[in-house]
Design a protein around this ligand. Sequence first.
Ligand code: PHE
Length: 337
Amino acid sequence: MLSEVEAFTASSLHEVEEFRVKLLGKKGDVTLLFDEFKHVSGDVKRELGQKINALKTAAQTRISELREALDAGNAPTLALDASRPGAADSIGTRHPVASVRNEILAIFRQLGFAVAEGPEIEDDWHVFGALNFPPEHPARDMQDTFFIEKRAGSDNPILLRTHTSSIQVRAMERQPPPIRIVCPGRVYRNEAISARAHCMFHQVEGLYVDQGVSFADLKQTLLYFAKEMFGASVQIRLRPSFFPFTEPSAELDVSCSICGGKGCNICKGTGWLEVGGCGMVDPSVLRSCSIDSQKYSGFAFGMGVERIAMLKYQARDLRLYFENDVRFLRQFFLVND
Ligand code: PHE
């Protein structure tokens, strides 16, 4: 009987339940054996008791094994039913920040931009100095920048990059124009964490340096990007702004994809959403990287990946993107690349 119990198999929970009742129910075989056991006397009692107990344990084990197998959607090992629908394994999903970053890079790749990366632990020169930040500029202040090491006798401390423009400096130092790159990466700023700000986030910045690059090229490139990213009916707007490394500089807005520009609570009634900064590379930046600023000109732009993800998915608390709560992340299953 023991071997029968161990070999028993079932193709439904119902069959398992029948099996349980047949053995362990009030009038089940094993229950009856226990009843009879009361009348057995003397020396056989001990041996028989052990056997009945072993049988009971075997039955319980087999029942829970079968239940588990059937619950998990797998056919029990001894009765493989090839006609059952397959149970898909959960393989996880791409993180929304990664999938938006990939989408941004794919759009610029269509325009011939290559992807360039660089170190997150940088020096002052690549993050600020070469980009025309004066020594006393507030962005260098401890309030914004995480300094790692101030090196004695050097005015080039080690720090966490605050923007991926440092990758562009490295590219310009490394190769002569034409340069056409997009630079994705994580950046750090010493800010209090809230729904709208974090001490770490992601950027994609772009750089194009060649002969005769103009502001019109910049505008068309950004318009192309916006249409690919947010749909053909989107409009862009460039608002005058200031960055030490671009002249002229502008803030890039796209028409609100939620209300179509009429004004809603996402765009705070303005019909426009800010997605990043841009401008013509300041000639002094080209000179810092040993590029002839008489011969070459360039444009640069930068945008926050989480900001675009927020506009796309309308999940408006930035912290959600870094908490790795699977209940949040699982929702991106269907929109994955
Ligand atoms: N580096 C800027 C920032 O992090 C963005 C930017 C890039 C602006 C290129 C203009 C040109 O805010």
